[in-house]
Design a protein around this ligand. Structure first.
Ligand SMILES: [Ca+2]
Length: 282
């Protein structure tokens, strides 16, 4: 969390009631001293529930503001974001040998290597061969690591070599996360994705050990702590308690992925609340 409120309570509940008495005891409560705009972490024992309620009970200087509120689930270990069964989707690719045995879709078919279970490039590959994935419901995710299974045909040498991982929030503008060098061999090869936040991940095969083909068995993208986008769930329920307006200072700004803003340039992210008003965000 960040902002300029003072006292808070956090509840985890399955109740849809707007009455605090129905939410059970808070999982955390306290006060923050906001000398600076900064990020504060509140750690509490995990509790199962359908909703998280962040309640601000008092503000500072006549206003209460918060830039960003994220709630994290316990890590689900392991969770492969790009596996179709988990909601992963191959959005686009730039190369495949055919549409069946060596298709790009073989990179996320759950089989680590082997003929009919791996991807092969077009012949005589040059440049970068790219695969772009989105996650469940095209949600933003925290990327912990990529696990690549290199592959090639029996007695051949079509191993892939250099790989590059990039993240994007819009599928257009990309940020390089990391690069890696694949060994010539089967089995998992892991690369750190540094907890990057992204809506799309691009895996680029930049080169191979052979100039004839490049082949690869499987791509996994493991999730780190999972941010829960609480405001939107509350808005879908049709009960949004307190927000200053519906745009620059809307409650949705609490989960737009940007921590700070001054509210004067049409892209601010703070929610302003009347002093002592209860603030409930899902
Ligand atoms: Ca595969």
């Amino acid at each position: 969390m960040n902002g300029t409120f003072l006292n808070y309570k956090i509840f985890v509940t399955t109740s849809t009631s707007t009455t605090e008495n129905d939410w059970g005891p808070p999982v955390a409560e306290g006060s923050f001293d906001w000398a600076l705009v900064e990020i504060k972490d509140v750690v509490f024992a995990p509790k199962a529930g359908q909703y998280v309620i962040f309640q601000c009970t008092s503000g500072m200087g006549g206003w209460t503001a918060a830039g960003e509120v994220w709630v994290y689930e316990r890590p689900i270990d392991p969770y492969d974001l790009v596996l179709p069964a988990n909601g992963g989707r191959l959005e686009s690719f730039t190369s495949q040998f055919d549409t069946n045995a060596w298709a790009a879709a073989r990179l996320t078919d759950g089989f680590k290597d082997g003929v009919g279970r791996s991807w092969a490039s077009t012949p005589l590959p040059t440049g970068s061969h790219d695969f772009t994935y989105s996650f469940l419901n095209q949600e933003v995710a925290r990327l912990e690591s990529a696990v690549i299974y290199n592959s090639t045909e029996p007695n051949q040498a079509y191993w892939s070599k250099e790989v590059e991982f990039s993240g994007s929030m819009d599928g257009t503008s990309w940020s390089l996360i990391s690069t890696g060098l694949l060994a010539q061999g089967f089995g998992p090869q892991a690369f750190d994705l540094n907890g990057s936040i992204a809506r799309y991940v691009k895996v680029a095969v930049k080169s191979g050990y052979s100039s004839t083909y490049r082949e690869l068995g499987e791509i996994e993208c493991m999730e780190g702590l999972r941010p829960t986008w609480c405001c939107r769930q509350r808005r879908e329920a049709g009960v949004l308690h307190v927000q200053f307006d519906t745009n620059a200072w809307a409650a949705a700004r609490l989960t737009d992925g940007v921590a700070q803003g001054d509210g004067t340039v049409g892209r601010a992210r703070l929610i302003r609340l009347g002093r002592k008003n209860s603030f409930t965000a899902f």
